[in-house]
Design a protein around this ligand. Structure first.
Ligand code: SAH
Length: 351
């Protein structure tokens, strides 16, 4: 009898080979199973007909394929689907599948998947639902990876954003292992995957050192404000870290990888959305090759924040552009089903 928490995808290939042999198969069957999962999207041993029936039955009884299971699904009218996944220990995380929007009347292929890296979040941004109860635990690499398998079952993936629940740089080792596998086994190359972080400078420098010139993903840093005191309020876990230090760590990423950093600003009505805020941000970013992504605040029940006026969003964007900074606005998808940025949580809640 194996360890109760043991799953096929949680094992290395070598470990999987020896478990499969113990269960009456041959070592190469472990590779067959991985190909069934990654190349054909089969998530059930019963459908792996190149394995003998007795082996499939023993595997199903002794070594579950996945550690996570879809327990709820909600779909917004715009086609965005949010999955609630239950992990082996009963904790839950959310994953969001966003099909490409038709452009110019033509349907485009592939979806963007938004994945989580932790159960809960230690950063506690006051405008985000994900950190309400603090951090529960890190996800293991295979728990991050499995979100892609569940998401891909809803339709082919073209991109991924690691912008679900959790602070990715607080779980670096598992993040990197999962992202390498996403590149290699799921065909989502580094340019199609974006990891979003609040940008702890020391962790970011460590990341740059570890990943070198070819990181498996693009980097986005949630900045929210160019002003030290305001950023400390909006990103509490980074109080005391000057904005300039965060930007310097971003510069290091750019210098080392040659890839531009995207800076995200959650625009909060009457809080950080004035022309002055935009001017100060432009002053800090103008000499850097970077893009700003403005995310108008999505309401989180119980928050004191307001959605910004569309005019204020447009003026903010225009002010950045006038200051020499490329800026885009991301009006979130999935708002109707609490699947938008900032609305994901690690617990079951009514949809
Ligand atoms: N923890 C990571 C990923 C968060 S989600 C990070 O902080 O970067 C991606 C973006 O959505 C972040 O920039 C985050 O600040 C933003 N966000 C969080 N809550 C939001 C909300 N209620 N409305 C709009 N954007 C929000």
């Amino acid at each position: 009898m194996g360890n109760l928490d043991e799953t096929f995808l949680g094992l290395s290939l070598e470990e999987a080979k020896s478990r499969v042999v113990q269960l009456g198969g041959r070592a190469f069957h472990a590779g067959v199973i991985r190909r069934e999962v990654f190349e054909r999207g089969v998530l059930d041993y019963a459908a792996m007909t190149s394995l003998s029936k007795p082996l499939r039955e023993r595997l199903a009884a002794e070594l579950p394929l996945l550690s996570s299971q879809e327990i709820a699904r909600s779909e917004a009218p715009d086609g965005t689907t949010k999955l609630l996944l239950r992990l082996a220990d009963g904790e839950t995380v959310e994953t969001v599948h966003m099909p490409a929007r038709p452009r110019g009347g033509e349907a485009r292929r592939g979806a963007t998947l938004c994945v989580s890296t932790q159960v809960g979040c230690p950063v506690r941004c006051p405008f985000c639902a994900s950190g309400r109860s603090g951090l529960v635990r890190n996800l293991a690499a295979h728990e991050i990876l499995e979100q892609y398998l569940h998401g891909r079952a809803l339709g082919p993936l073209r991109r991924s954003v690691v912008m679900g629940i959790g602070e990715p740089l607080a779980n670096q080792t598992q993040l990197i292992a999962a992202m390498r596998q996403v590149n290699r086994d799921l065909g989502l190359g580094a340019r199609r995957v974006t990891v979003s972080t609040v940008g702890f400078p020391d962790r970011l420098r460590r990341l740059v050192d570890e990943l070198g010139r070819h990181p498996p993903f693009q980097l986005a840093i949630s900045l929210h404000s160019a002003d030290d005191d305001q950023r400390a309020r909006l990103v509490p876990a980074m109080a005391g870290v000057p904005v300039e230090d965060v930007l310097a760590a971003g510069d290091l990423w750019f210098d080392r990888t040659g890839r531009e950093v995207t800076f995200e600003v959650c625009l909060l009505g009457g809080e950080n959305d004035s022309i002055g805020h935009a001017e100060r941000l432009a002053a800090r970013l103008a000499r850097r090759r970077a893009t700003v992504n403005l995310i108008p605040y999505n309401p989180v029940p119980g928050d004191r924040f307001l959605r910004p006026e569309p005019d204020a969003v447009e003026s903010f964007r225009a002010t950045l552009e006038a200051g020499g900074v490329v800026a885009t606005v991301r009006w979130s998808r999935g708002l109707d089903s609490d699947a938008a940025c900032g609305q994901l949580r690690s617990r079951i809640h009514p949809v």
